[in-house]
Ligand binder design. Structure first.
Ligand code: SAM
Length: 339
């Protein structure tokens, strides 16, 4: 059963948040002034168990999902994560193919966990890193976390065979735009794929303003004026990053332009939050309570029909409708929904 939503889009990609907790306090995501010591994270009994997550993933795979991305919060702070990875790596599509199983992390826990995760069946990782300059990065991650430890985590991921490695850099005007070229140079040299991300109005705590966004066109110009590159075809429908291949053969980079060039028409993603809410858009204001369905004795068939009905009713295209007014809607925070 492969349902289409109201705009004709299939579901191909499930992002699974395994925790709302994070060891960073990035200013654009979880600013420490708002999420300080007394902030109350989800109590344990409200967080989905690994068995519940696997059941939801299996349901989505039956509906056509081919890619699972583990995220958070910071996914590596969830205890025993390799156990979940092992269960998800065992899933097969209806055509008996393995899934693209990946994870987005700030990299802090990779030195310890890259090998156990790879052994459990994780295919690859995306690591977030906003600058190679400690002063800039420390201010952005909110906890003065050093660049060297993220680089060490990336080394560990490489050594464990997690490949390809992508690096997400959120670019904020006047904060780290001057780090873009150095990041591109480093990524080319060590053979990772840099993805420059327009700063987005997710959640409602980061005080987002359109003026803070460095548009994709400027990001493209910054990189290609140093290393010429040509647009590459998307690898699959719904790929979020516009891809560019360097003419000198040194790989490629991507730009995620959700603000200035929305890609809603091809959005095939669903998101499962750590507490079992299903969201059909990153900018959603409300979710669908899957945890209730998971815990009320419903059969797998009931679960499948619930999820398929949610998908069939989906008509989200927030980024195409974005305006000054929508940016102040009471949207769910990215760390709570799963980035
Ligand atoms: N903690 C993990 C990490 O740091 O990658 C996973 C969760 S994090 C919410 C996922 C990604 O969302 C990160 O690459 C982060 O930089 C990005 N992100 C968070 N807030 C954002 C915003 N307002 N605009 C653009 N990207 C954002």
């Amino acid at each position: 059963m492969q349902p289409l939503d109201r705009l004709g889009r299939p579901v191909r990609d499930l992002r699974i948040s395994v925790t709302d907790r994070c060891n960073f306090r990035c200013t654009y995501c979880m600013p420490k002034e708002v999420f300080g010591r007394d902030y109350e994270f989800l109590p344990r009994d409200q967080v989905l168990t690994f068995e519940e997550i696997e059941r939801v993933a299996r349901t989505f795979v039956a509906m056509g999902v081919e890619k699972l991305r583990i995220t958070g919060g910071e996914p590596l702070v969830r205890r025993d994560l390799p156990i979940l990875i092992k269960a998800l790596a065992a899933l097969r599509t209806p055509e008996d193919r393995t899934l693209d199983l990946t994870l987005t992390t700030n990299g802090a826990g990779l030195r310890a966990l890259a090998r156990p995760l790879a052994d459990a069946g994780l295919g690859r990782v995306t690591v977030s890193l906003d600058s190679l300059d400690d002063a800039v990065f420390g201010a952005m991650n909110g906890v003065d976390f050093p660049v060297s430890r993220v680089l060490d985590g990336i080394d560990a991921a490489k050594a464990a065979g997690l490949s390809p490695i992508k690096v997400n850099m959120v670019v904020r005007r006047g904060v780290n735009e001057s780090s873009v070229v150095a990041m591109a140079q480093w990524a080319r040299e060590i053979g990772v794929t840099l993805r420059l991300i327009e700063y987005m109005d997710v959640g409602h705590s980061n005080g987002w303003r359109l003026d803070d966004v460095v548009p994709a066109a400027d990001l493209l110009e910054a990189v290609t004026s140093v290393w010429p590159a040509d647009p590459a075809e998307p690898a699959y429908r719904g790929e979020v990053a516009g891809r560019y291949r360097y003419r000198d053969g040194a790989g490629e980079f991507g730009i995620i332009s959700s603000v200035t060039m929305p890609f809603c028409a091809d959005c095939t993603r669903a998101r499962l939050s750590a507490d079992g809410q299903l969201y059909t858009c990153l900018f959603a204001v409300t979710g669908h309570d899957l945890r209730a369905v998971l815990r009320d004795g419903s059969s797998d068939a009931d679960l499948l029909s619930f999820v398929a009905d949610v998908w069939r009713g989906r008509d989200d295209r927030y980024s195409e409708l974005r305006s000054a007014a929508t940016s102040t809607l009471p949207k769910i925070e990215m760390f709570a929904m799963g980035g």
